[in-house]
Design a protein around this ligand. Structure first.
Ligand code: ZN
Ligand code: ZN
Length: 426
């Protein structure tokens, strides 16, 4: 057997992992490199030729979730390679690409993306998919994307757990350790743990729970009448935090655009069936002609989800003349480095957008596992042959985690062969 880390050993974006036997080859994720501050993507694999080459002889591709650094290159994949994704994740990705299709000059690309997404096969938590002599079993994880999975991969006697992106402080995190115990470890030992280490280069960040974040949001909403919220439009748990905080603090309308409302409908129809936390059925779609809604917003205040686009800039500028600046705030709920002017992750569009607002409060928690939680997962899984850290700018720091001493000796960040498994790290 071979484990090939095509990308991800020393970068956060663009994850690609291959598992191969003599007869079968699969990929876990086919991510694109993250864009720079100007929005430009530098990725030598972002072409039909490059993806045609890397997917040559690949029997299936499995996506952990819909973030671009895991799913981004899917539309270059030749039609004869089956691609798998979660059912709700597929709906969210389709919704996003349908919206992108309205952008001028993107029609052809969007048609291709929607066609490829439409064809994708579906993953269900706990149900195995067999590809040749490789068995893949997906299990739910909590992440800043909904319907995200880790994969247990079984090849003969060997077992690999690929966690994808995950965290321990979300609403949906409670099931992770019990799932690993009940469904993974009870069936036998894990040989390799391939896991993320995003937070290793972000050690000074405070990781609060989504619950705590919801309470803090409520406090800000109590202080300000007019609340704009900038967060990921597809992060179901974060959206739920603000939605619930708004519902608990006031009778103010919850406002968003039509795209966000469509995403809310997908969440309400899926996760909303299991808990009221994910039922987003009281959201109003904003447009400048809806004077009834705007009068209501002016009178009672509001909670409005915004994104750093020209459209929302326009909405804001039309609204602000009717609002008292001291009653108006933007809650910025994304990674702080995106608006750290001069920092290497700064996004100019975001910096300009947030600077329009009279007041700003930063309120965020990571979509990724804290170092403590990573260590807990490593120690619990205690893989017999080793840990392969990916999705990290600092994979070498993995050994600084509070993990078992003997496990620290089995961390692989360069190519190696162990117990007849060839590990190739590009
Ligand atoms: Zn992600
Ligand atoms: Zn990621």
């Amino acid at each position: 057997m071979k484990i090939v880390i095509h990308r991800g050993i020393n970068q956060i974006g663009g994850c690609i992992t291959e598992i191969a036997t003599d007869n079968t080859r699969i990929l876990i994720d086919l991510g694109q490199n993250l864009p720079d501050g100007e929005g430009t993507v530098n990725d030598n694999l972002a072409s039909r030729e490059a993806i045609g080459e890397i997917t040559q002889g690949i029997d299936a591709i499995f996506y952990t979730h819909y973030h671009g650094d895991h799913l981004g290159l899917f539309h270059y994949v030749p039609d004869n390679v089956p691609q798998y994704i979660g059912e709700v994740a597929k709906q969210v990705a389709l919704c996003k690409h349908q919206r992108l299709s309205y952008i001028k000059g993107r029609e052809e690309l969007s048609r291709e993306e929607i066609f490829k997404l439409d064809k994708m096969a579906l993953l269900t938590s706990g149900q195995d998919v067999n590809v040749g002599d490789i068995k893949v079993i997906p299990y739910f994880v909590s992440h800043s994307a909904c319907d995200a999975y880790m994969f247990l991969i079984e090849v003969g006697e060997k077992r690999i757990l690929h966690t994808g992106d995950f965290r321990g402080h979300g609403y949906l995190s409670k099931g992770l350790l019990p799932t690993i115990k009940k469904f993974v470890l009870s069936q036998g030992k894990v040989d390799f743990l391939i896991t993320e280490g995003t937070m290793l280069s972000r050690l000074n960040e405070r990781v609060i729970s989504e619950n705590e974040l919801q309470r803090e949001a409520g406090k800000i909403m109590a202080r300000y009448k007019n609340v704009f919220v900038m967060c990921s439009s597809t992060d179901m748990e974060r959206l739920a935090s603000f939605y619930a905080a708004n519902r608990h603090t006031s009778v103010r309308p919850l406002v968003c655009d039509l795209f966000q409302k469509n995403i809310f409908e997908i969440f309400t129809e899926s996760a909303g069936k299991h808990t009221s936390l994910f039922r987003f059925d009281q959201a109003y779609a904003f447009n400048l002609k809806n004077t009834k809604l705007i009068d209501w917003m002016e009178d009672k205040g509001f909670c409005m989800f915004v994104r750093a686009t020209d459209k929302f800039k326009d909405y804001y500028q039309q609204l602000i003349s009717r609002l008292e600046p001291n009653d108006t705030v933007l809650i910025y709920s994304m990674w702080k480095e995106y608006i750290n002017d001069g920092g290497k992750h700064a996004i100019q569009r975001y910096i300009e957008f947030v600077s329009m607002f009279p007041h700003m409060e930063k309120l965020h928690t990571s979509g990724h596992a804290s170092p403590e939680f990573l260590a807990e997962v490593c120690n619990l899984v205690n893989p017999a042959l080793g840990i392969i850290p990916i999705h990290s700018e600092d994979s070498a720091s993995y050994s600084k985690l509070p993990i078992y001493e003997d496990l620290k000796l089995r961390i692989f960040t360069s190519s190696n062969t162990i117990s007849k498994v060839e590990i190739i790290i590009s």
